[in-house]
Design a protein around this ligand. Structure first.
Ligand SMILES: [Zn+2]
Ligand SMILES: [Zn+2]
Length: 354
């Protein structure tokens, strides 16, 4: 089978690999489609970042470069290993790609996104830009009736946004600013509408597919920080009070500054972007205005909820969010280079196996 493998910065290779087989506790998945994530792009441009070099293999999986990328996927179970009775051959499944050591305090508490050996399929073990992949049985979630494979592959980035929203403790009727309308910001917007936050403002530069999708998903106002001050507009829109919650998914200093000004006293800012350089926060804002600054990573138990939500909304969401599909043989140019050059023309590119 063909697999798209990461060797180093700017060095992805389409290689012929032998098919994996399911070991004890694992299932083998025939991949239907797999989204390209911002993390994949970071690795492609500047990696290895979270991918391990050969002399520093991952403590749990032993994984290191070269590695097959791809962690946002859905597919069909084609083989189950010994000791697997939670899922049967033929099941259609979405994969929650985070490993668990199942021994540390975080794993015991169900917070496997904080596992001492945190790792993800497609970064720390071979992923799903390939025809087949094997995964631990605990990673698979059955896809409910009526949810397409495309929609199920979107469960991963939507779950990231969903977890950020649950970390914010937002309630129905709360006002929110989403800063950045990439896949994670839009995933958060989907969750915010589902929990009844209102109004929801979105800040995103320019007029692009991302701002159009934000409007389609129910953003009440879309603010363009390149033509007006996000913070001033939000203060105008909230009678000078500021929003209850900001979901900061842009990961640039100007957006963080705007978030700290746009949030009300006593409000919450959730940081869910990954930063290329350290950011500056005036901690006096936390002191004087009692702002709560919260971090968030990936997800814990959000998958079943997200998949249920996709039962009602999945086909519409897939139509809005999937901006291109490419065969794995064309993925270097058609997906990775395309996103490097024309990020603003895409939300999610799906890669299909050969
Ligand atoms: Zn991802
Ligand atoms: Zn653990």
């Amino acid at each position: 089978m063909k697999a798209l493998r990461f060797y180093g910065s700017g060095d992805l290779r389409l290689e012929e690999m032998s098919e994996p087989t399911a070991a004890s506790g694992e299932v083998k998945i025939e991949v239907a489609c797999c989204g390209v994530c911002g993390t994949d792009l970071h690795e492609y441009r500047a990696g290895p970042i979270v991918i391990r070099p050969v002399d520093r293999p991952h403590p749990l999986t032993g994984g290191h470069a070269p590695v097959t990328l791809g962690h946002e996927f859905a597919g069909t179970v084609v083989e189950v290993g010994d000791d697997v009775d939670s899922v049967a051959v033929g099941s259609k499944v979405a994969i929650q790609p985070i490993f668990r050591c199942e021994r540390c305090p975080a794993c015991s508490a169900g917070e496997f996104n904080q596992c001492v050996s945190f790792g993800a399929l497609g970064l720390h073990a071979d992923g799903a830009f390939a025809h087949y992949v094997t995964v631990p049985a605990y990673m698979v979630h059955p896809i409910p009736d009526g949810v397409s494979m495309d929609a199920a592959a979107l469960a991963e980035p939507i779950a990231v946004g969903w977890h950020a929203v649950s970390r914010s403790k937002v309630r129905s009727g709360d006002s929110v600013l989403v800063s950045g309308a990439g896949p994670i910001g839009l995933g958060a917007l989907i969750a915010l509408k589902a929990v009844g936050a209102s109004p929801v403002f979105v800040a995103e530069i320019g007029d692009s597919v991302r701002t159009r999708v934000a409007r389609e998903l129910g953003a009440d106002v879309v603010i363009d920080p390149s033509v007006e001050s996000t913070a001033e507009r939000v203060l105008d829109l909230t009678d000078g009070r500021g929003v209850d919650v900001v979901i900061e998914a842009a990961g640039v200093q100007a957006a963080l500054d705007a978030a700290m000004r746009a949030v009300r006293s006593g409000g919450t800012v959730v940081s869910c972007a990954s930063w290329e350089t350290p950011a500056v926060v005036d901690l006096n804002d936390l002191l004087i205005r009692e702002i709560t600054l919260v971090g968030t990573l990936a997800y814990t138990d959000e998958y079943p909820m997200v998949l249920r939500h996709l039962q009602a909304t999945g086909s519409e969401l897939a139509q809005l969010l999937v901006t291109k599909r490419v065969d794995v043989s064309d993925a270097i140019d058609g997906a990775f280079e395309e996103l490097v050059r024309h990020k603003d023309q895409h939300v999610k590119i799906l890669v299909t196996p050969d």
